[in-house]
Structures are given as structure tokens and as C-alpha cells.
Design a protein around this ligand. Structure first.
Ligand SMILES: Cc1cc2nc3c(=O)[nH]c(=O)nc-3n(C[C@H](O)[C@H](O)[C@H](O)COP(=O)(O)OP(=O)(O)OC[C@H]3O[C@@H](n4cnc5c(N)ncnc54)[C@H](O)[C@@H]3O)c2cc1C
Length: 550
């Protein structure tokens, strides 16, 4: 039999046996020519398999349409939003009289969770179709911004990490956008702005406003009591979601930004098991996100936990002025936040010359230029090696006398071998200069006291992170650095003071509050690696089962 082509994988034709298995989960119904089966913007659209006739998928723009694909007998509609229940980006219309099998979201989820062969065909097609939509910029968002604007970078990252396609108009390159700006009366302070779902204009929006406009969280019932609410969608939270949902738990993940966590800002993770040539953090976590959704976990984005109501059970998680989300058990996977340089005007340049991640997006901004990487840990080493591929020169600034104590040996060797990386020991950044974008950096040799000024416009700060635990507000025992204490690390005295109510001691990864677990970088004593975060996320689920049975 011939190998399937790329088109076969994106738009496969199902066998009669496969169609019969799908039919068992849905209902057959006739279609009329011109009948709209899904409208662009419909939330949680149904899934259709054509058994007779045809369905065209078009992308509407004003009064015109662009044909995306024509599905014939044996082919099916849908892409990634079928799993998330988010809004449709395209219109589906019958082209001739015929018949389809229709499945709603719940029945489709039941199908992919119980039929491994169809699950693989559908998942692969949905993901490849989304990749095509992203590559073609087919979406319901136009982002207008500038590479010199921190907000633009943030919004790009938010949309990218949510796997949401968008078109980008770069104000620095497009000289002809004035008419567009006038039409929407957009001033400099309104940049970036977003044209959302056709005509709604969001000026300098927050991630939450974008998520609301695009309906990212619309399909989620916040009043429903979950078996487990996971807070944070980095590797540890996503692992807990995959294992929890795949083992039949009712899982909701709350994420204050977008899925991926710190790992999402890593250009290439080379030490995660099973990826000998490395994988970008974004790709790894995007896969995990789809996997969690496949098993039925739900994910709320741009909704951070502000407080844990921990006095009585079920616990409740407050998300701003919005609802309190009830939970039988809670997994805290909020990771850590980047340490910042203590310079008075730092925030002026964040995203406009100061970056905390070195991904493809940032690398594009500084191609052919000199850049600085601050820090001597593994993330700094990876960033320097990655940036050296596109930057003219990478200055690595470390306060200590060398890298040996803080960085893996393989990275040190690559840094030494790279002609475009210059290691500057005993050196720190002492001043930043510029207006709308960073233009110059001053650094000081701590031994000689000598200060040099360099016309460098990009600084990557890779100096570690502090735990995201302030929001817990005394509910849970923390260590002296603010990381969460769990299991055997909690002393008898600490448990007594926290009024631990059970005869048994806390399980491994359980905090001083029964049924509340901590995993990944936010946990005291955690090894700050993707693998350990993923491992802890999966282990916590085993204990969640035990708590739910108590
Ligand atoms: C640049 C870089 C490169 C790295 N490279 C590697 C590598 O090559 N190999 C390796 O093993 N490790 C690497 N690491 C470390 C690895 O990424 C972390 O150990 C891992 O991401 C920790 O996962 P986590 O899920 O515990 O936390 P995080 O990844 O920090 O995720 C926490 C998530 O919680 C969210 N959150 C925080 N507060 C709240 C709240 N109140 N409500 C809701 N959500 C919240 C955050 O937005 C975030 O998405 C790297 C780290 C960085 C920064």
C-alpha cells in the first residue's frame, strides 16, 4: 500500500469501518446545498463526517470568501478547536445534496478517548490543520503593532502560545497604514491594537481582554465542582492535567497567562527524555496542551488564581472579580517568576530590549546585532548558544569568576567553542539607556571598577526565578525562600501550627493543607527541570485519587 501523503494526513478519507464506528457516537442527517453547518465564530462547533455529497470550508472576510478545502465522502470537518470547544475560525457549507454524520463536542470527546485508531487520525489531522491555519495567518485576529513595543511582543506571545492564528501588521515596515490608523482613531498609546473577530477593536489590550474577545474560556462552566483544579499550565501542571484526565478525573487548569510556563520560553530543551535532537519548550508544551484536551481536561487562560479559600472544603479558588471555582482537590503548579535586574528604569525596556526568554520571536528581533545574556546558569547558556546562531556577537555577563559551578559541562564546552560568544566574568549591567527602545548598556567590571558603555539594544536576563506563591496568603506552609513545603519536609511543629486535621501525615507532594498538592518549580526542594516537573505532576495525581477516596 502507498505511504500516505501530507495531504492524506491533513485531509484523510476514512474507511467504511471507521465511519461506522463514528456513526455509533452520532446521528446521520441530510444536508441541502448552501446549508451552513458551521458559521465562523460559532462556539464549540459540531463535528461532521461526509457520507454523501460535499462540504466546503471557507474563510469569510467581509462579503468575500476564500476556499480552504472541499470535503467529499469519507472526509471530516474540524481542527483543534473541536477539542477545546473554542470558536470556529471558518465557515462550513454543504455544496450538494447529501448526508453527514454529526457529533457534538461531548460525543466527539467520547470517541477520541475510546477509539485509539480514530483518535490518532483525528488528532493528527486537527493539529496539522491548525498548523496550516497558523502558517497562512488564517484567523479572526489582526494584530497591529511594532517590534519596539513591549505590549506587541506580549500579545504575539500570548496568541502564539495559545496556538491562535493571527495576521500581523508591522507599523515599522508598513508605511501605508495611516489610513487604517485614522479609520480606528488609533494613537501611539493604543499600540498594539487588535482587530478581533472582524470589527471589534481592542486598544493596548490585556491578555484577559483578548481571551474574552476571542471566547477562549467561554466553554468552561466555572460553577461545577471539579475533582481537581490545577493552578498553572507549565510542564508540571500540564502533566498533572494529562494524567488526571486520562485516569478519568474531572480536571480544570487555571493559567494566568498562556500554556507553557517557563519551559515555553526555552528555545531548545535538549535534556528531556526521548528528544535526542532537542525540542523547543513551546512545541513540547503545545503538544502537552493538546494531549490534555484530548483526554477531556479543560484549560482557562489569562485567569490567574488570586486567592485560595482554604478554610473549609470544598476549597475554592478566586480568580479576580470573577467566580470562585470549587475544587475537591487542588494542585499548585504555579512555578516561578524570573528574577529581574535591580535597575531603576528596567520596566521601561521590558519587551523593548530586555527579555526573559530567548525564543524564535526574540531571535528574529536581534538578528545580525550584538546582544547581552546575563546569567551563568543553564538557561543563560542555552540562550547564548541559540542567539549566537543569528546575532553578530553574544556577550555573556556573569558576576562570578566562571561558569563551572552553575552550568552543565556540555553547555560550557559549546560556549567555549563558539567564536561569537564572549564570556565576561565579574561583570554586571549597571545602567540602561534609550527612549522607546533600549539603545545603550553600561556594564561594570566588579574587580577593576571600570565602566564601559556599549551600543547594544538587546539584553536577555537569565538569572533564575522566585516562586509564585504570594497569592496563597498564609494558607500553606512555605519555606524561608517562599517555596511550598510538602510531605516529609513538613515538621511536626509546622503541621501542628497549621492545624493539620488528619491522623495520617501529608502524602509526598501534599502541602500542609489536606488534598492540596504542590508540584514543579514552586515546590521547595524541587529540581528545576522539565522532567522533574512532569514527574511530579504525574505523581500528584496518584495521591489525588487516594484523597478522593478518603
Ligand atoms: C529559558 C529557560 C530555559 C530552560 N531550559 C530547560 C531545559 O533545557 N531543560 C530543563 O529540564 N529545564 C529547563 N528550564 C527549567 C524548566 O523550564 C522549569 O523547571 C519548568 O518549566 C518548571 O515547570 P513548572 O510547571 O513547575 O513551572 P513553570 O514552567 O514556571 O509554569 C508555571 C505556570 O504557572 C502560571 N502561574 C503562575 N502563577 C499563577 C497563578 N496565580 N494562577 C494561575 N497560573 C499561574 C505561570 O504563568 C506559568 O505558566 C528552563 C527554564 C527557562 C526559564
Amino acid at each position: 500500500m502507498a505511504e500516505p501523503t501530507a495531504t492524506d494526513r491533513i485531509f484523510p478519507t476514512l474507511t467504511p469501518g471507521q465511519i461506522a464506528r463514528i456513526a455509533a457516537h452520532g446521528k446521520a442527517r441530510p444536508i441541502r446545498p448552501g446549508e451552513i453547518l458551521v458559521e465562523a465564530g460559532d462556539q464549540g462547533p459540531p463535528f461532521f463526517v461526509v457520507t454523501e455529497g460535499g462540504i466546503e470550508i471557507v474563510r469569510p472576510a467581509g462579503d468575500t470568501e476564500t476556499l480552504v478545502v472541499l470535503h467529499g465522502p469519507g472526509q471530516f470537518t474540524g481542527e483543534v478547536n473541536m477539542l477545546s470547544g473554542r470558536r470556529s475560525l471558518v465557515r462550513a457549507r454543504a455544496t450538494e445534496p447529501g448526508e453527514v454524520i454529526e457529533l457534538d463536542h461531548d460525543n466527539l470527546m467520547a470517541l477520541v478517548q475510546t477509539d485509539p485508531e480514530l483518535s490518532e487520525i483525528l488528532m493528527r489531522a486537527f493539529i496539522l490543520r491548525r498548523v496550516e491555519l497558523i502558517a497562512a495567518g488564517v484567523g479572526d485576529v489582526v494584530l497591529v503593532g511594532s517590534a519596539h513595543c513591549a505590549g506587541t511582543l506580549r500579545v504575539k506571545e500570548f496568541l502564539t502560545r495559545n496556538g491562535h492564528p493571527y495576521n500581523y501588521i508591522d507599523l515599522d515596515r508598513e508605511t501605508d497604514v495611516q489610513a487604517l490608523l485614522d479609520r480606528f482613531q488609533v494613537g501611539e498609546g493604543d499600540i498594539p491594537f487588535l482587530i478581533c473577530r472582524g470589527d471589534r477593536v481592542l486598544r493596548h489590550p490585556t491578555n484577559e481582554q483578548i481571551a474574552d474577545c476571542l471566547g477562549f474560556n467561554e466553554a468552561i462552566d466555572t460553577a461545577h465542582l471539579r475533582d481537581v483544579v490545577i493552578i498553572g499550565a507549565g510542564p508540571s501542571g500540564l502533566a498533572a492535567a494529562v494524567y488526571g484526565a486520562s485516569e478519568g478525573l474531572d480536571v480544570l487548569v487555571l493559567e494566568s497567562s498562556a500554556p507553557g510556563g517557563q519551559a515555553g520560553s526555552s528555545s531548545k530543551i535538549e535534556n528531556y527524555l526521548g528528544f535526542p535532537t532537542g525540542i523547543s519548550g513551546q512545541e513540547l508544551t503545545a503538544r502537552a496542551y493538546n494531549q490534555a484536551q484530548k483526554f477531556g481536561a479543560q484549560l482557562m487562560v489569562a485567569k490567574g488564581a488570586r486567592r485560595l479559600a482554604c478554610v473549609r472544603k470544598p476549597y475554592a479558588i478566586e480568580i479576580g472579580d470573577g467566580p470562585r471555582i470549587p475544587a475537591r482537590t487542588v494542585i499548585i503548579a504555579t512555578g516561578a517568576e524570573y528574577r529581574r535586574l535591580s535597575l531603576p528604569n528596567l520596566s521601561q525596556f521590558e519587551g523593548a530590549g530586555i527579555y526573559y526568554g530567548a525564543t524564535f520571536i526574540e531571535a528574529q528581533l536581534c538578528g545580525g546585532e550584538e546582544v547581552i545574556v546575563v546569567g551563568g546558569g543553564n538557561s543563560a547558556g542555552q540562550a547564548a548558544i541559540f542567539l549566537a546562531q543569528t546575532a553578530r556577537r553574544v556577550h555573556m555577563l556573569v558576576r562570578s569568576g566562571g561558569l563551572a559551578d552553575t552550568m552543565s559541562r556540555y553547555l560550557i564546552r559549546r560556549i567555549e567553542q563558539s567564536p561569537s560568544i564572549v564570556l565576561r566574568t565579574h561583570t554586571e549591567v549597571v545602567a540602561l539607556e534609550g527612549s522607546s527602545h533600549l539603545e545603550r548598556v553600561r556594564w561594570q567590571d566588579r574587580q577593576s571598577g571600570e565602566v564601559e558603555t556599549h551600543a547594544i539594544r538587546h539584553v536577555f536576563v537569565m538569572t533564575g526565578a522566585a516562586p509564585s506563591t504570594k497569592w496563597l496568603d498564609g494558607c500553606i506552609v512555605l519555606d524561608e525562600k517562599g517555596f511550598i513545603k510538602t510531605g516529609p519536609d513538613l515538621s511536626k511543629e509546622e503541621l501542628a501550627e497549621a492545624e493539620w486535621p488528619l491522623a495520617r501525615p501529608p502524602y509526598l507532594l501534599e502541602t500542609s493543607l489536606p488534598g492540596v498538592f504542590a508540584v514543579g518549580d514552586v515546590r521547595g526542594g524541587n529540581i528545576k527541570r522539565v522532567a522533574s516537573a512532569v514527574g511530579e505532576g504525574s505523581i500528584a495525581i496518584a495521591f489525588v485519587h487516594r484523597v478522593l477516596q478518603e
